[in-house]
Write a protein that binds this ligand. Structure first.
Ligand code: ADP
Length: 271
């Protein structure tokens, strides 16, 4: 960690810039492709639909997916009084993603450690978030420079939501995320088990194709709140591709599960 005066001044500026943000929730996962961004987007959309001013910050520098998921991938960021203005994705929902700075969705970011950290810090300091009830941060998978910078820079993150799939391999990675949160003194809001069984479109019965219950078992074992299971729903992929919000467009069963998860996140992040 750097403690030079410039770094400390910047940290102070970040905290001043975020002083009107009530809750900051980091969405994390041990590995990629487990549904972390889907949870981040649905949580943000649900909070904004409740009338809460909500921000979503995508710091997944290597695979930013928020612009596509919110259908703002053709919006470019603009700057007002030396600060980026977040993109209004829908009423009460303001989004910023590294993806909004790329000129094409095929562009890639090839930053290494220190540059990644400074990019995250720039997004925390140089975005005019204004007054928000909740800022949801979609982190990259794992426990790298981006998460470290985020936690050290903000200082008072409300907590982390950890998304996993039920398989053993994913669970192994999730344990690393939990250890990381504990080492960083970051409260864990809970674990979400995604892709937990498939609701058969034909008969409506649930089939456990990737096993089910692993996330719940792990939460109990580690004494961490379990936030709920989300089934595999083939319509989610279509929603993601079309920039539609799953909690508003997926199957009723999935929507109910997601609503339950969001309710638990809200309840567990009340101070
Ligand atoms: P991550 O952020 O962990 O990389 P994403 O949220 O981008 O994962 O999801 C990865 C892919 O899986 C996306 O195509 C998404 O639409 C799909 N997906 C996520 N959750 C589900 C689910 N419950 N059922 C079906 N597809 C899902």
């Amino acid at each position: 960690m750097t403690f030079n005066p410039e770094y400390m001044k910047e940290t102070e500026d970040i905290r001043t810039n975020l002083s009107q943000v009530n809750k900051k929730i980091a969405i994390m996962s041990g590995k990629g492709g487990v549904g972390k961004s889907t949870v981040a987007v649905n949580l943000s959309a649900a909070l904004s639909a409740q009338g809460q001013r909500t921000g979503i910050l995508d710091i997944d520098l290597h695979g930013p997916s928020i612009p596509k998921l919110l259908k703002i991938d053709n919006h470019r960021l603009f700057i007002n009084e030396n600060q980026y203005v977040p993109i209004m994705a829908r009423e009460n929902l303001f989004a910023i993603s590294i993806g909004s700075l790329l000129t094409s969705e095929n562009d890639s970011i090839t930053f290494r450690g220190p540059r990644k950290s400074s990019m995250v810090r720039q997004f925390l300091k140089d975005v005019n978030w204004g007054k928000l009830e909740t800022l949801v941060v979609d982190c990259p998978p794992g426990t790298g420079d981006e998460q470290l910078s985020l936690i050290q820079s903000i200082g008072n993150i409300t907590g982390a939501v950890i998304v996993t799939t039920p398989q053993d391999l994913a669970l192994l990675d999730v344990k690393k995320s939990i250890t990381f949160c504990k080492q960083m003194n970051l409260p864990i809001i809970g674990i979400v088990e995604n892709m937990s069984g498939l609701i058969c479109p034909g008969c409506g019965e649930k089939v456990d194709i990737f096993k089910s219950g692993g996330g719940e078992k792990l939460a109990a074992e580690l004494n961490i709140p379990f936030l709920g299971k989300l089934s595999i729903d083939p319509t989610i992929v279509e929603c993601s591709d079309d920039g539609k919000i799953a909690i508003e467009n997926a199957s009723i069963a999935y929507r109910e599960e997601m609503a339950w998860v969001i309710k638990n996140i809200q309840r567990n992040s009340e101070s």
